[in-house]
Write a protein of this length. Sequence first.
Length: 139
Amino acid sequence: MAELLYIGTTVLSVIVVGIYICRRPCCGRQRLFIWQVFTGGATALSGLPLDTTLCRELGPHVNHVTMLFVGCHMTLLGLFLYVQEELVVRHDMKAAAAMERVVETAAGDTAGGRASATGEVTGAEAARGSEGASLRKRK
């Protein structure tokens, strides 16, 4: 039963994240992690035809179940790294865009003949990219 839950979870997560992957463009190292997912799947399935050879050469220590779990580990690791890369890269893009808006606003204030911006934007506000954050205070 435990094996069924683990393998079933792997298959279900590949389907769910696979649909998500197909809808979004890749960025960063995500293509590498997609290949790791496919390699894990191939490793998991390769244990079935190689079972007799593995048992004959390596004894009872390595068989198709071992290959199946190694493949599942590789697949889940690839999915985890893909999602982690998605969060890091997309969040960094939003933070960079927010910081660029702050710089453009500050440059526009000084170039537009205004004295200076009296309010400051904290790094947390810029990183959040909150559009409603007050960029400057007016007198």
